[in-house]
Design a protein around this ligand. Structure first.
Ligand code: ADP
Ligand code: 5GP
Length: 184
């Protein structure tokens, strides 16, 4: 399999934004579409943002061994389907996964060659502002995400690559450099 990149970091830190910027620069980079049991946000299409599954469907697929990794996060389940990853990687394309910390650890353990990158905010306050600015969650869900973020931030030490998403341009360039190291 060609390079597999794992982008992790707390909710609202800018993982999706940075991956979009990287994919603008590198059209060959495929994004693995995750499965989740959470409800779609306005504008999120099934099969594009996520594969939206019922709890039962998620359970069935889990029991059938269809997930490369999976985790519970803020009351919902998320996971990477093996078939999705293999389909994206077909033809030797590099693939990027955008997943939370527990999943990133599982991928690191299962796929020694995966390039795991932790995206960090400048500060917890900056993260709070971004989550608020995105406006996707109600106050209770946002508080839950911020509480998880505090523990997630401590995990940055585990990662060889840490990109601080303060200036978007600088963070994209740093990510780009890492990308080129493994694909260039
Ligand atoms: P994640 O995918 O990690 O949950 P998003 O990519 O959705 O995060 O980003 C969260 C919010 O922060 C969005 O509103 C996004 O536009 C904004 N954002 C991301 N990166 C930056 C940045 N470097 N500077 C300012 N705002 C940013
Ligand atoms: P959101 O609900 O904001 O889309 O995602 C919540 C968290 O779940 C984010 O940190 C996101 O990176 C993570 N996530 C998305 N897809 C997956 C996945 O397939 N596996 C895991 N472990 N986490 C995921």
């Amino acid at each position: 399999m060609a390079a597999v990149f794992v982008i992790t970091g707390p909710s609202g830190v800018g993982k999706g934004t940075l991956i979009a910027a990287l994919r603008e620069r590198h059209r060959e980079l495929e994004l693995s579409v995750s499965a989740t049991t959470r409800a779609p946000r306005p504008g999120e299409q099934d099969g594009v943002a996520y594969h939206f599954l019922t709890e039962d469907d998620f359970d069935r697929r889990l029991a059938a061994g269809e997930f490369v990794e999976h985790a519970s996060y803020a009351g919902h389940r998320y996971g990477t389907l093996r078939a999705e990853l293999e389909r994206r990687a077909r033809g030797g394309a590099p693939v990027v996964l955008e997943i939370e910390l527990q999943g990133a650890r599982q991928v690191r353990a299962a796929m020694a060659d995966a390039v795991a990158i932790f995206i960090a905010p400048r500060s917890l306050e900056q993260l709070r502002e971004r989550l608020r600015g995105r406006g996707a969650e109600d106050p209770a869900a946002m508080a839950r995400r911020l509480a998880i973020a505090e523990t997630e931030l401590a995990a940055r030490e585990e990662f060889r690559f840490v990109v601080v998403n303060d200036s978007l341009d600088r963070a994209t360039s740093e990510l780009d450099e890492i990308y080129l190291q493994y694909t260039g």
